[in-house]
Design a protein around this ligand. Structure first.
Ligand SMILES: Cc1ncc(COP(=O)(O)O)c(C=O)c1O
Length: 377
């Protein structure tokens, strides 16, 4: 028995994919985050940050949570706000799907659509600036600040990463995760490098995003990508990065629905494709853990809509044999991501990152430094 819906967050299953994985190659395990009550991995940082804010006195009863999110993090916060009695304001943009808008409103969140694009042709910076301004102006407001607050990565360090090693500790050879705010890849890679340093940590970004450097252009994979390297990501803990195209990500997600009965979104399609590639290079006793950050229902009108796929010029009937062939041809974008980081410290100033975020971050960095000194590393 759990006391309320929030007790159902975490402890998600690991799923094998016997119809797609060959017996003589590395064995893939999907960490299936759709099983969180809000439907995605974002429930984890959302509840962690909110409960830390309560403990630290940054969020008080009757308070307002303000966040910039076009998708899963906003939905998780809206669910938590409903369960705990907070007012929630989510800043979205015109790319936010009608399914996500409906979910946000169903949980009682107030939704503001930001229409001004930033200098990267996206809405990240304009949404974040406005959220920061509003948090200054509204009484008893709290900004979780998923893009800049290091509590995001800490959430995964203390939950997702521990579950992965608990369930799959022997013979885990590679770990694959998508990147946007860097919360999941950053937090889990930090844990793995401390407890299982031989695990190969692989980040997956969208072709067109510049988290691992390269040229910026627009892309359609929701959930991944950013116009800079997020501070939740420590590049020294990442061994390799791949960039996946829109069509590859969408085709792979569709193939897994048909071939394994597993629903996943496009960011997970991108990771699953990389997992198939890595499996082809490893022996059968090696395990590969691949994050599946959400399910497929949120993408019914795009990913699982044949007309929409055809309008984008994407193939609609790519089977798993073709996907395995595409995987074989994939090449890493970088085998030394630390050499291509794209941190932009000036953003703290230009986006007016909240003082609460800066204070919490300084404390976390001090704790990490102390922990390293104690461990003698
Ligand atoms: C479906 C999905 N995949 C991947 C990511 C990227 O995760 P992170 O922000 O922890 O880097 C997100 C983030 O919102 C997401 O919603």
């Amino acid at each position: 028995m759990i006391s309320n819906i929030l007790g159902a967050i975490g402890n998600t299953p690991m799923i094998t994919i016997p119809n797609s994985n060959q017996p003589d190659e590395g064995q893939i395990f999907f960490k299936y985050e759709r099983n969180n009550p809000g439907g995605s991995i974002k429930d984890r940082p959302a509840i962690y940050i909110i409960e830390e804010a309560e403990k630290r006195g940054l969020l008080k009863p009757g308070g307002t949570i303000i966040e910039s999110s076009s998708g899963n993090f906003g939905i998780s916060l809206a669910m938590i706000g409903a369960a705990k009695g907070y007012h929630v304001i989510i800043l979205v943009d015109p790319k936010t799907t009608s399914a996500n808008l409906t979910l946000l409103k169903s949980f009682g969140a107030e939704v503001i659509v930001v229409t001004e694009q930033d200098d990267c042709g996206s809405y990240h910076k304009t949404r974040i600036s406005l959220a920061n301004k509003m948090a200054e102006e509204i009484d008893n407001a709290f900004r979780p600040d998923q893009c800049f607050c290091l509590l995001n990565g800490e959430a995964h360090y203390h939950s997702t990463a521990c579950e992965i090693l608990r369930d799959c500790s022997d013979k885990i050879s590679a770990f694959i995760a998508p990147v946007s705010t860097g919360g999941q890849l950053g937090g889990i890679s930090m844990y793995l490098k401390a407890h299982k340093p031989d695990v190969q940590v692989i980040g997956v970004d969208a072709e067109g995003s510049v988290i691992f450097g390269g040229d910026a252009h627009s892309y359609r994979i929701p959930g991944i990508g950013l116009g800079w390297t997020p501070n939740n990501l420590v590049m020294d803990y990442i061994d390799c990065a791949y960039k996946v195209t829109d069509e590859q990500a969408f085709q792979t997600a569709r193939a897994f629905a048909k071939n394994e009965g597993i629903l996943m979104g496009p960011s997970s399609g991108a990771c699953a494709l990389v997992a198939l590639k890595v499996a082809q290079t490893l022996p059968a006793q090696d395990k590969i853990v691949c994050m599946v950050s959400d399910g497929g229902e949120r993408y019914i009108s795009t990913l699982f809509n044949d007309e929409w796929m055809m309008e984008q010029g994407f193939s609609t009937d790519t089977g798993v044999a073709d996907i395995r062939k595409i995987a074989r041809g994939l090449q890493p974008w970088s085998t030394c991501p630390a050499d291509y980081s794209n941190y932009v410290p000036d953003l703290n100033q230009s986006l007016a990152v909240p003082e609460t975020t800066k204070r919490v971050n300084s404390e976390i960095l001090r704790q990490r430094k102390r922990a390293l000194e104690v461990s003698g590393l």
